[in-house]
Design a protein around this ligand. Structure first.
Ligand SMILES: CSC[C@H]1O[C@H](OP(=O)(O)O)[C@H](O)[C@@H]1O
Ligand SMILES: Nc1ncnc2[nH]cnc12
Length: 299
């Protein structure tokens, strides 16, 4: 198990969350990575004494489509900054009657319908197959749900568990698709979290999502089909609720620093023997593989 005593928490803010006002003494870091530049600068500061790194997923002015988000660079940068717990704050549509706009969901499963995303950090002569059976870290999700339940303002409701359908976008779903996803038992729909969670697992980061419901997508007879206006209106209310929840979460994370199966996800996932990995690939993956294979090039 890695040493978590100095590990940081990462927060990736999605639609509507472009900064955390209370991030004390935030320092801005402009990083380059072997996988390109992250979505924006990374803001490094403390929340409740917990070292926290914030990144706006779509850029602070929301300039990146879901498929244009540099997911690999974002996750690599987080890991480089010793982030080992990663929280996504995201806007989602509801696929179930009981999940209402302004409710919050901490999902525990995914169905992936994306087509144009990076699948992996691996390839180019290095093969790894991580487990995604439980794509969200159960312990981190539990702490996030506890924080949300105790710190969310009145008028919001929390739902633990549920399946996040990750679609390609950027257009919202057709009604037939929305009804299909409902028939599959999905809870919420968004365009980002699966890609991020899959890469976070390969980077050995524990991942959890605070999914904030902004609309009923387009399946509900009594509600208009989702529009950006609807999403943004509900997001503003939801974004205000985020900071007290994150503050509460940081208190428990700082106290518990929970280990996660995700922190050793590569232990039994790497197939290619290091001596058969091309040097360029080995160097690019060094951040993730060095605890198993030693540093490359050697220090
Ligand atoms: C602005 S509505 C669609 C957009 O919002 C969600 O983004 P994020 O997950 O980053 O909060 C959804 O996934 C879409 O990208
Ligand atoms: N209905 C919806 N579909 C996909 N992504 C969303 N983000 C917020 N609402 C959404």
């Amino acid at each position: 198990m890695p040493d978590l005593s100095n590990a940081r928490v990462g927060v990736i803010g999605g639609s509507g969350l472009y900064a955390i006002p209370g991030l004390d003494q935030a320092e801005e870091l402009s990083l380059d990575t072997p996988f390109g530049r992250p979505s924006d600068v990374l803001r490094l500061g403390t929340l409740q004494d917990m070292e926290t790194v914030f990144l706006a997923r779509h850029g602070r002015h929301h300039q990146l489509l879901p498929r244009e988000v540099p997911y690999q660079a974002n996750i690599w940068a987080m890991r480089q900054l010793n982030v080992r717990w990663l929280i996504s704050v995201s806007a989602v549509g509801s696929l179930q009657e009981h999940l209402r706009p302004r409710d919050m969901v901490v999902p525990d499963q995914f169905i992936d319908r994306t087509q144009q995303r990076p699948q992996s950090f691996f390839g180019d002569g290095c093969v790894a197959h991580v487990s995604l059976a439980d794509p969200f870290c159960p312990r981190l999700s539990e702490l996030l749900a506890e924080a949300a339940a105790s710190a969310m303002p009145a008028g919001h409701h929390l739902h633990r568990g549920g399946t996040y359908l990750c679609m390609e976008g950027p257009a919202f779903s057709t009604r037939a698709e929305s009804l299909l996803y409902r028939s599959w038992g999905c809870s919420v729909i968004g365009m980002t979290n699966h890609t991020e969670a899959r890469l976070a697992r390969e980077a050995e980061l524990a991942y959890a999502s605070l999914s904030m419901v902004t609309d009923f997508d387009c399946w509900h007879n009594d509600h208009d089909a989702v529009s950006v206006e609807m999403v943004v209106g509900n997001l503003k209310a939801n974004a205000v609720a985020t900071e007290p929840i994150l503050n509460r979460l940081m208190l428990s994370l700082n106290e518990q620093r929970p280990s996660s199966a995700a922190h050793t996800a590569l232990a039994d996932a790497l197939i290619t023997a290091p001596e058969h990995v091309p040097p360029k690939t080995r160097e690019r993956l060094n951040l993730f593989t060095r605890s198993y294979w030693g540093s490359f090039p050697q220090d």
